[in-house]
Design a protein around this ligand. Structure first.
Ligand code: HEC
Length: 451
């Protein structure tokens, strides 16, 4: 007969056994953190602290769980809502699955056991969010000094180095040098190299997009990934072409800062089946005669106007673009762009202009200016959405121009203003935008029509 005396230690032993089922850092959590957080939270990464060793993760665990639960980490703005549920998966989607979130929560709940380093699970390769080994890295010709108290727009002429033949780029990225002043950058192709005549020491002021033959190749905004073309497509850079980077600088309050950013490129080894290009759509001032352009909306005073009144929390502006090129254009990436007053943006594709048949391409319902990037569809070219002639893009931007919007509160404080003011369409940081960014594909035979 068992005595109660032995029963007690048995129960205790039982409890210990159960605890060995708890997830541990080395066995369960480290691989998950490497894959979903490691690309930024590592020494020298863009995040303010590393999370790749137990001691750091142990310290940050409650904050990590809170950020994961709130959906703010890993940063990924293209989330699904009832109004906008995109049909295709995304590339570079670092979000945790529900099972992974539950596992992480169980680890925190169990007091974050370290586990046995001897039998640690193998770590997956940390995803690289930049271009790992570019074929060329082209810096601005000279360092540029950013000073004063006004936003600055400056163009830089770079030489991609292909003097003889057409080259095809399958990845392009602006690598910002000084994030204290680099606000955004647009990378243009200058087909005939005309920009050189405009520049002194490789640079010239350019508030407006330079009027040279070419097209937009890639954009950089905080949180951006490289422009990467899908398999079977690449971006054409003809012989003799130059690259022009238009930088939008926001001077730092502390005084002059120097910037010398770089453009990284990888070349495709073969001529691709499709030519890739980027295009910006939206930011309309007025409605067009055919009903496209800026749409009538709340708070308009008579005619449709892009004006976000001071103190209004739920203002919308709607833009319609109609595709007029007699060609079906596959879309490989989409992005939304607003400034600080924006809170939500959705882009619907309306086949033949039909609202009933519309498909949501992307929505960013928790817009955060600091985390802009384009979202690439993770499907082969023949499964990409296609915009045909007569199809419409319907873009809705929502704005909160009150101090309940933390970005507005911060921007006002920066400018020394005590209350919101009406916000109009414009280029400056305190103006607003409602702009869609689309990566499209065209047959290479028609590349010249892009210029
Ligand atoms: C694409 C880069 C990137 C990835 C991936 C990423 N982080 Fe971050 N994280 C940042 C940056 C940059 C900051 C600081 C700025 C900020 O707070 O937005 C940050 C801040 C944080 C903070 C501070 C508080 C907060 O919520 O802002 C926590 C906690 C955090 N990250 C946890 C995580 C965890 C956990 C993961 C993975 C599940 C992760 N991060 C993935 C870039 C990243």
């Amino acid at each position: 007969m068992r005595s109660p005396l032995i029963l007690v230690p048995l129960l205790v032993a039982c409890g210990h056994n159960a605890r060995t089922d708890d997830p541990t850092w080395h066995q369960d959590i480290a691989p998950l953190v490497a894959e979903n957080c490691g690309s930024c939270h590592t020494d020298g990464g863009i995040a303010p602290f590393a999370l790749d060793v137990y001691a750091e993760a142990d310290l940050q665990a409650p904050a990590m769980l809170a950020a994961i639960d709130a959906g703010t980490m890993p940063p990924f703005l293209a989330t699904e809502t009832e109004d906008c549920a995109p049909e295709r998966p995304w590339k570079d989607d670092l979000r945790l699955t529900d099972e992974e979130i539950a596992l992480f929560a169980a680890w925190v709940e169990a007091d974050r056991p370290e586990g046995d380093p001897e039998t640690a699970a193998e770590l997956p390769a940390v995803p690289n969010l930049g271009i790992a080994s570019p074929d060329v890295s082209i810096p601005f010709q000279q360092p540029f000094t950013v000073e004063g108290d006004k936003d600055l727009f400056q163009c830089f002429v770079l030489d991609p180095g292909n003097t003889d033949t057409m080259m095809w780029a399958d990845a392009i990225q602006l690598v910002p040098d000084n994030k204290r002043v680099d606000h955004h950058g647009l990378i243009f192709l200058d087909v005939n190299g005309d920009s050189e005549a405009l520049a002194t020491n490789g640079t010239f002021p350019c508030f407006n997009t330079p009027s040279i033959d070419g097209f937009l190749m890639a954009t950089w905004v905080p949180g951006a990934l490289p422009m990467r073309t899908p398999d079977g497509a690449a971006m054409p850079i003809p012989a003799g072409a130059k690259i022009v980077v238009q930088m939008h600088y926001h001077p730092a309050p502390g005084g002059p800062e120097v910037d010398q950013s770089t453009v990284d490129i990888t070349w495709s080894e073969t001529q691709p089946e499709w030519a890739a290009a980027q295009t910006l759509v939206g930011n309309y001032w007025t409605q067009n005669d055919d009903g496209t352009g800026l749409q009538p909306g709340p708070n308009d005073r008579g005619v449709p106007e892009f004006r976000i009144p001071a103190g209004v929390a739920d203002h919308t502006e709607t833009m319609i673009y109609e595709q007029t090129i007699p060609l079906p254009l596959p879309v490989f990436s989409v992005g939304t762009h607003m400034h600080y007053v924006g809170t939500d943006m959705t882009i619907q594709l309306q086949p033949g202009g039909s609202e009933a048949e519309q498909e949501c391409l992307v929505g960013t319902p928790n817009w955060d200016f600091n985390w802009q990037r384009t979202y690439d569809f993770d499907v082969p070219i023949d499964e990409l959405p296609v915009i045909e002639q007569g199809d419409r893009l319907h873009m809705t931007c929502t704005f909160d121009n009150t101090t309940d919007n933390p970005f507005v509160a911060e921007a006002l404080a920066d400018e020394g203003l005590s209350a919101p003011t009406d916000v109009l369409l414009g280029e400056e940081t305190l103006d607003e935008m409602c702009l869609g960014l689309f990566g499209i594909l065209i047959p290479p035979a028609l590349v010249e029509q892009l210029y």
